[in-house]
Write a protein that binds this ligand. Structure first.
Ligand code: AHR
Length: 528
């Protein structure tokens, strides 16, 4: 049944509700939620589940790429264990090669025979050598294996418009230009599709320390020459602001609004937001072994993304009422202080059930902004910040964040469904308070009704009753991800500490009753 048929089934469902002998009152203390499948909203783009992979620590080298000569099982240099696991996430898009690294990256270093590529110093991250073994061809091979789209981040900070235009021509030209010929000589006959092209990264900081007005002019210059043939033209994404800042979004969207009939286009504005337990980069807080106060402050800080997206969306609504420009949250995730474990590699951090909740809270918020939020990319895929996968030599583990992404795969390209409730109970500690439960619902591309529920409380379960309107379900199944401690995490020796397990729910007369364990992420699936 499609969405519209489903809407017409409301009458039938309403009838059944009226004919039900007695509407049972939920037991005291039960949180009642109403899923309004009769009021479908915008599409939750699959790109809200995107990834970001940078040349940083062992994010690429060691984490994804080990080279053909490695004794770690690999296919043409790519780790088999990591690729297999990433495939299960149905990753829609990967942003590469940075981050800060992008504004120091020169694409010609990463093409041609590997043993002839120059060795450069990664001056953004750790002053380490990068042998450029992973370059443009390797990136496209990676996304080919994963079935993902390409999001290339171009170099504005230390590169020229010509260099950027040449890279796009190298990747996308099918005629007999010298650059297309060079690509063919390097082993790739047909052009690649570059779905998204970012024009610089964090141009307010590591990307060149610019003001919004200066960058807006620079954006126009670079974007004007960023041309690809026919439908190979990528969407062009401007480098925007961070956190609650709206000045970049304002200046950039106004620059477009004032440039009638311009030579450049702007499909999106990038925005970044990281979650820190303390909210302060000089003393962020640890990945494990934290007190309950840091559990709740981390979740409270993660929830701020809602206001940050709303503030920037409101600016876009004012400057771009036709909704041509999307907001791209192309870096988000947790960022902790380094601990002993992470000394091995820059920005390597442990990942616990708390991170899984941070991820699920972001997803639930993203869905509410799906009309303006066109993409979100977690930082980063492997071994860096809030990673899906951690590796140590030949060993690897899937993090709680990986499992949260996997549980939400059916939300990709789903249709938003509102969830109503009365006054939401709060979980409070000291002067910080967060909602006890975060909920999101959608109709999947396969026609299932999905209900995601996050219990933010560190120590208390909560009973829930979910009533469904506008979806004639035959039954419900559910999975839950939780841990036996606030910093529960998988280790290289035990991969099963935090993994999804079935959650018992009772389905009766269009209602679901269940209990959400403390610190948990649950996804309920209803089928017709
Ligand atoms: O993700 C790590 C870094 O965070 C990125 O390189 C940069 O864009 C941001 O500041």
């Amino acid at each position: 049944m499609n969405v519209h048929n489903r809407v017409s089934a409301i009458a039938k469902v309403a009838c059944l509700v009226l004919l039900a002998p007695l509407v049972q009152v939920a037991p005291a203390g039960t949180l009642e939620l109403r899923v309004r499948a009769d009021q479908p909203g915008a599409t939750n783009s699959r790109y809200l589940y995107g990834q970001f992979a940078e040349h940083l620590g062992s994010g690429i080298h060691g984490g994804i790429w080990v080279g053909e000569g490695s004794d770690i099982s690999n296919t043409r240099g790519f780790r088999d264990d990591v690729i297999d696991a990433l495939r299960r996430l149905h990753i829609p898009v990967i942003r590469w090669p940075g981050g800060c690294f992008a504004d120091e990256y020169h694409w010609r270093d990463g093409i041609g025979p590997r043993d002839e590529r120059p060795v450069r110093i990664n001056k953004s991250w750790g002053w380490v050598e990068d042998d450029n073994a992973f370059g443009t061809h390797e990136f496209f091979e990676l996304i080919g294996m994963l079935g993902s789209d390409a999001y290339i981040a171009g170099n504005v900070g230390s590169g020229s418009p010509q260099e950027m235009a040449d890279w796009l021509e190298y990747m996308t030209e099918d005629k007999d230009s010298s650059l297309a010929r060079l690509r063919r000589e390097n082993g790739r006959g047909s052009p690649w599709r570059v779905a998204f092209f970012g024009i610089g990264n964090e141009s307010w900081g590591c990307g060149g320390s610019m003001t919004p007005a200066f960058y807006a002019d620079l954006y126009k210059r670079y974007a004007t020459f960023l041309k690809a043939p026919g439908d190979y033209q990528p969407k062009r994404i401007a480098s925007g602001g961070f956190d609650g800042d709206t000045a970049w979004t304002d200046t950039l969207s106004m620059a477009v609004a004032r440039s009638i009939g311009s030579f450049f286009g702007m499909d999106g504005i990038s925005h970044h937001f990281y979650t820190l337990p303390s909210g302060n980069f000089s003393e962020k807080g640890g990945a494990t072994g934290f007190p309950e106060q840091e559990w709740i402050s981390t979740l409270a800080n993660a929830l701020k993304v809602d206001d940050h997206i709303a503030a920037n969306a409101a600016v876009l609504e004012r400057n771009d009422p036709e909704r041509r420009i999307g907001l791209y949250l192309d870096e988000w995730g947790t960022w902790y202080d380094r601990d002993d474990e992470s000394e091995a590699s820059l920005l390597w951090q442990q990942n616990t059930i708390r991170d899984a909740l941070v991820a699920a809270l972001h997803f639930n918020i993203f869905h509410r902004h799906a009309e303006r939020l066109h993409m979100a990319n977690i930082a980063q895929t492997v071994n860096v910040l809030q990673a899906m996968i951690l590796t140590d030599g030949r060993r690897m583990l899937l993090t709680p964040t990986y499992h949260a992404f996997e549980m939400y795969v059916p939300f990709q390209d789903s249709t938003f469904v509102p969830v109503e409730h009365g006054e939401m109970p709060r979980y409070a500690l000291g002067n910080v308070s967060v909602p006890h439960v975060s909920a999101s619902s959608a109709i999947s591309a396969d026609g299932e009704l999905l209900v995601a529920l996050v219990n933010l409380h560190a120590g208390e379960s909560i009973d829930v009753r979910v009533s469904i309107r506008g979806f004639d379900a035959a039954g419900a199944t559910a999975r839950v991800l939780t841990g036996n401690a606030a910093d529960a995490h998988n280790t290289f020796d035990d991969h099963t500490v935090v993994v999804p397990v079935p959650l018992e729910v009772r389905f009766n007369q269009g209602r679901i009753d269940g209990s959400l364990p403390p610190r948990s992420v649950s996804v309920i699936t209803l089928r017709q």
